[in-house]
Design a protein around this ligand. Structure first.
Ligand code: SF4
Ligand code: MG
Length: 335
């Protein structure tokens, strides 16, 4: 199938700790009913401010945390329904690279041991075969054989992220969720790691879900992008569509913060008023209405559904729904 991964109505709610004055059940709606598909071989961006639910989405779709509701279909198979043992086998195909490569690498183990671990867990190869695989992995991410005897603290941030990537590759996955893989790195190192990820994608036919907190890195690596706000997806588009004709007011504001060297494309900076509301008390209607510069009455009453507005371009905003204006809004041009 064209789609490697399909997410249907995924939710992840965390119960709020109970206290003496707690009335009824309250939940942090970290991921609040989102749906999207990822094509084989593409890089799909998941973008939003911290706390918008993008990391939770990445973990829930891998079932590193259990979704509260919804389905995750990987290569035609509903992995949300898989018992633990079969899920473990599937894990070979779906790996994650974390933002902070230091805390995710065991400081007590050599790099060789760290890279061999997933192979041991999955019972892959003889000792000699595993050694060969590890030797190849370290090579593929641009480090050397001598690095295998060292410990994580002996490496720079960029090198540690290369080790994290090598570990994710060890089981020959089809999908890698990269959760802000370069955010913790020096700017000078970021593009090297991004280039490595792109090279590996070509070499191994990988599909990426690339999580980021702003739209600048995403532009260079992603084929399509989903923008998240308060646990919901507000817009999905190809990267070109998103940068040339963003539709959702939140996306337009995020884009206005991206440095643009071309003066013709310079956007007026839009500063959003107020704070992101609590994910426990999500605003009724459009979750963005408390900060939206163009909100209208219906926004406070009715939740806008993600709707196709243009070829493959989906937006969750009443100003773009056919029932509101019967046509595309002027907003698309105002960015
Ligand atoms: Fe703004 Fe209304 Fe659109 Fe939400 S639905 S983004 S509040 S205009
Ligand atoms: Mg995060």
């Amino acid at each position: 199938p064209e789609h490697l991964l399909q997410i249907d109505h995924l939710k992840k709610y965390f119960p709020v700790k109970s206290g003496p004055f707690r009335k009824g059940d309250q939940y942090v709606k970290a991921v609040d009913d989102i749906s999207f598909s990822v094509r084989r071989g593409e890089t799909f961006g998941l973008v939003g401010e911290s706390g918008c639910g993008k990391s939770t989405t990445g973990r829930a779709l891998l079932r590193l945390i259990e979704p509260t509701a919804g389905r995750v279909v990987f290569e035609g198979e509903d992995i949300t329904a898989l018992p633990a043992k079969q899920l473990r086998k599937k894990r070979k195909d779906m790996q994650i690279v974390f933002q902070d490569p230091f805390s995710s690498l065991d400081p007590r183990h050599t790099v060789r041991r760290i890279l061999e671990e997933p192979l041991l867990v999955h019972g892959i190869g003889s000792a000699q075969e595993r050694q060969n695989i590890v030797n190849k992995l370290i090579d593929v991410v641009g480090l050397t054989q001598s690095h295998l005897q060292r410990y994580p603290h002996q490496f720079s941030g960029g090198q540690r992220q290369r080790i994290g990537i090598a570990r994710a590759l060890s089981l020959q996955p089809k999908l890698i969720v990269a959760d802000e893989p370069v955010s913790a790195l020096d700017v000078s190192i970021q593009s090297q790691v991004v280039n490595l990820l792109q090279d590996l994608q070509g070499e191994f036919g990988l599909t990426y879900i690339f999580i980021a907190h702003d739209l600048s890195v995403v532009k260079h690596i992603c084929d399509r992008v989903a923008v998240m706000y308060l646990g919901r997806i507000v817009e999905i588009a190809s990267t070109a569509q998103l940068y040339e004709s963003p539709q959702h007011p939140y996306t337009i504001a995020l884009l206005s913060a991206v440095p643009e060297p071309d003066p013709d494309l310079k956007r007026e900076r839009i500063l959003l008023q107020g704070e992101v509301p609590s994910p426990v008390h999500t605003p009724v209607g459009c979750a963005f209405h408390t900060r939206c510069p163009v909100a209208v009455d219906i926004c406070r009453a009715k939740r806008p559904e993600l709707t196709e507005t243009d070829n493959g371009h989906q937006t969750a905003c009443h100003l773009f729904s056919a029932t509101f204006f019967g046509r595309k809004s002027h907003l698309a041009k105002s960015g």
